[in-house]
Design a binder for this molecule. Structure first.
Ligand SMILES: Nc1nc2c(ncn2[C@@H]2O[C@H](COP(=O)(O)OP(=O)(O)OP(=O)(O)O)[C@@H](O)[C@H]2O)c(=O)[nH]1
Ligand SMILES: [Mg+2]
Length: 446
């Protein structure tokens, strides 16, 4: 059992229960002997001592139609943490146990409701920071990667079967005998497709991570003020003295329909202490990792940093010059800027002027940086490593095939090995350790 919604005051709190004793619980908690699966019921939740804890909606899923593959019960209670706690305590006293993180999905996998690629997609779906990430995860949950793997599996199996049946697979014979493309061509095609999918890993990882937007600039330019304004909360310390921010701070910033990681950094200048130097080094390291940097400038003061200084660490299309404190008057016209090629925008972190335009500019930049790079499969490190191993086996098979030919037994044994490795995509060997690692990243209740 678990609370599937966040703990705290809310309109509703959803409890999930899964396991063979679910029906028995329904009989005692709801005092009902008959009910239909997947129908909603509204009734009191009676605790073990006969007290009514709440009036709830509940529905039952029979094993073969549930998320976990076991009899399951969902209870929608009023979202008061006191009610939720009492219910959980009561369920515990009736022999239920709190679920581990991801345990419902783990059971779904162990009961063959989903394969491992789909279980990974559940995690991606819950954490996707943008629409594209949601779309890729949703496709994977509905089985696009599993289908691709199963198609490769069938093609390899077909090759193996033809070899084991003793079919001559030399090119000339194949052309005449109409038993499919020559084996070398099939292996070549498989290798190409696998490499193409594997190449999507970088873009897929980026989708999972979300984009990092870093605020950078000289001390006192107003980076922390802008950080707070964009987040709509007083998150970072702001002060009239220079060198206020020492260590970087990051927070989720919802902009342009995406969850971005916004990072406030220590101001760049000649450091006055070792501690400040460390902070500045971190700022530069963050700039190098940034998907986008907002270079915050106070145009009313002397500018000691030039665009060239920053462009040594980040590409120009990823840098926006933000001229802050425009409420004090635009002292330098944008056209008189030292770096006319760099995009600039005028804002005030104090009054909010120009912030909307800044958000739109950020959204446009993100679109143009990412355009066309969207992966169609949510390839992760595990998938890539399996594909790499399969490709190695297939490549060692293909090379002698090209030159001198390969004995049928060797070819068959290579193909069997490739099949075994590929099978790990959806159904891994060393299950326990791998599942522990995967499901520990889930929330409780999923
Ligand atoms: N008038 C005006 N003052 C601002 C604006 N933004 C920031 N300030 C002021 O500028 C000073 C420095 O602001 P911070 O946000 O701490 O600047 P910072 O860039 O984070 O500085 P460090 O952390 O020292 O690098 C504070 O006194 C702010 O109130 C603005 O848009 N207009
Ligand atoms: Mg600061």
């Amino acid at each position: 059992m678990a609370l599937a919604t966040p703990y705290g005051v809310a309109a509703m709190g959803k409890l999930r229960i899964s396991g063979p004793r679910t029906r028995e619980l329904i009989r005692t908690i709801f005092r009902r002997q008959e009910w239909q699966a997947r129908h909603v019921y509204f009734s009191p939740f009676w605790d073990k001592n006969g007290a009514k804890l709440d009036e709830v909606c509940w529905f039952f899923f029979e094993g073969d139609r549930s998320y976990t593959g076991e009899d399951s019960l969902e209870i929608d209670a009023h979202g008061n943490p006191l009610i939720i706690r009492k219910m959980l305590e009561d369920l515990e006293s009736r022999g239920c146990r709190l679920a581990d993180p991801g345990e419902f999905t783990r059971r779904a996998f162990l009961n063959h409701k989903i394969d491992l690629c789909q279980a990974e997609a559940v995690l991606d779906l819950i954490h996707a920071p943008n629409d594209e990430g949601l779309a890729v995860a949703s496709e994977q949950l509905s089985g696009n990667l599993s289908r691709k793997v199963s198609e490769w599996y069938d093609r390899l199996l077909g090759l193996l079967a033809s070899i084991e049946l003793g079919i001559d697979f030399s090119s000339e014979v194949q052309e005449e005998s109409d038993v499919g493309p020559p084996i070398e061509a099939t292996i070549e095609a498989l290798l190409k497709e696998m490499q193409e999918l594997r190449a999507m890993q970088g873009a897929a990882e980026q989708l999972r991570r979300g984009l990092k937007v870093v605020l950078i600039g000289e001390p006192n330019a107003g980076k922390s003020s802008l950080f707070n304004h964009l987040l709509r909360q007083e998150r970072a310390l702001v002060d009239a003295g220079a060198g206020t921010t020492r260590d970087f701070i990051s927070a989720n910033w919802v902009c342009a329909g995406q969850i971005l990681e916004l990072v406030d950094t220590a101001g760049l200048r000649d450091p006055e202490s070792d501690l400040e130097l460390q902070g500045i080094e971190r700022s530069v390291a963050l700039l190098e990792k940034a998907d986008l940097a907002l270079w915050v400038v106070d145009p009313h003061g002397p500018e000691r940093i030039s665009a060239q200084d920053l462009l040594a660490h980040i590409a120009p299309e990823r840098l926006i010059r933000v001229e802050n404190k425009c409420d004090l008057g635009k002292w330098k016209a944008l056209t008189q800027m030292k770096e006319p090629t760099l995009e600039a925008i005028s804002v005030s972190a104090r009054t909010g002027e120009g912030i909307e335009a800044l958000c739109q500019r950020v959204a446009g930049k993100i679109q143009s940086i990412n355009l066309g790079s969207g992966p169609s499969y949510g390839i992760n490190e595990r998938h890539a490593s399996i594909l790499r191993r399969v490709e190695e086996v297939l490549a060692t098979t293909r090379d002698p095939l090209r030159s001198s030919g390969l004995a049928a037994e060797c070819l068959a044994s290579d193909l069997r090995l490739a099949l075994e490795i590929l099978g790990e995509m959806t159904n891994p060997h060393d299950q326990e350790a791998l599942l522990d690692r995967l499901f520990s990243q889930f929330c409780i209740g999923k």
